[in-house]
Design a protein around this ligand. Structure first.
Ligand code: C5P
Length: 237
């Protein structure tokens, strides 16, 4: 596995984020910035982290009419983030508009951010999907269906559970990215995550990226936890 584990920076302020990152010294990291930190600190934080040499997955899960998503993506591309996402439920036209916005917003000579889709949120149960979204199918079918729509719309991949990666690759392409949260090294606290996987298992199932939060951010020695997870993910331990 060549990708770095993505650290979910679920930290409320820039000050705390920077002091957390200081413990990694010069290590160049792949960081996931979510709504909490982005809404409190804005694009300046992204620019600062990029200047320090980190890669950024900006996890804002856009879901709106195609024109609005197109315009928003055009702006996000100027931040030179490495990965962004949308809800596949916004539809094919919205996903295509997101790709177009990213392409147009990417500066000449730069790589456009990877675009991935959320299929069904992992907090959604099959029962809730059926009764509230009126989808008369299984959760797996809905996840696969949205993954196929994202693939056909030209997206690079999906956020999914490691347990879904194999099924998604079969329905799309082996090259389609499966970015998987819910990762726990064996023996660590599951917290509120229900369907967890170890880094080795995620790699075996075909995950292309893993997202890890608390097993790195909430421990005494984050850099040691990070390196252990990285070894387990890359299979060199
Ligand atoms: O602390 P933990 O490793 O559980 O953090 C996982 C990160 O991945 C969190 O930022 C969470 O919001 C995010 N995430 C998730 N499940 C999804 C999508 C995103 O846990 N389906």
């Amino acid at each position: 596995m060549t990708t770095k584990p993505i650290i979910a920076l679920d930290i409320p302020s820039k000050q705390e984020a920077i002091s957390f990152l200081d413990s990694f010294e010069q290590e160049s990291l792949f960081l996931k910035i979510g709504m909490e930190l982005y809404y409190s600190e804005g694009p300046d934080l992204i620019r600062e982290l990029k200047e320090k040499g980190h890669q950024i997955f900006l996890d804002l899960k856009l879901h709106d009419i195609p024109n609005t998503v197109y315009r928003a993506m055009k702006v996000l591309a100027t931040l030179e983030v490495d990965m962004v996402n949308v809800h596949a439920a916004g539809g094919t036209e919205m996903m295509q508009a997101a790709v177009k916005g990213l392409e147009e917003g990417t500066k000449a000579g730069k790589k456009r951010p990877l675009l991935i889709a959320v299929t069904q949120l992992t907090s959604t149960t099959e029962k809730q999907m059926q009764s509230e979204q009126l989808i008369d199918s299984t959760l797996d079918n809905s996840v696969t269906h949205y993954a196929k729509l994202a693939y056909q719309a030209g997206l690079d991949g999906v956020v999914c559970s490691a347990l879904e990666a194999r099924m998604i690759h079969e329905a799309t392409s082996q090259k389609f990215l499966c970015v998987t949260p819910g990762i726990r090294p064996s023996g660590s606290d599951e917290g509120d995550q229900k369907r967890v996987a170890t880094p080795e298992f995620a790699a075996k199932e075909g995950a292309t990226h893993i997202v890890v939060g608390r097993p790195i951010t909430q421990v005494e020695y984050p850099i040691i936890a990070y390196k252990n997870i990285d070894h387990q993910w890359k299979g060199d331990k």
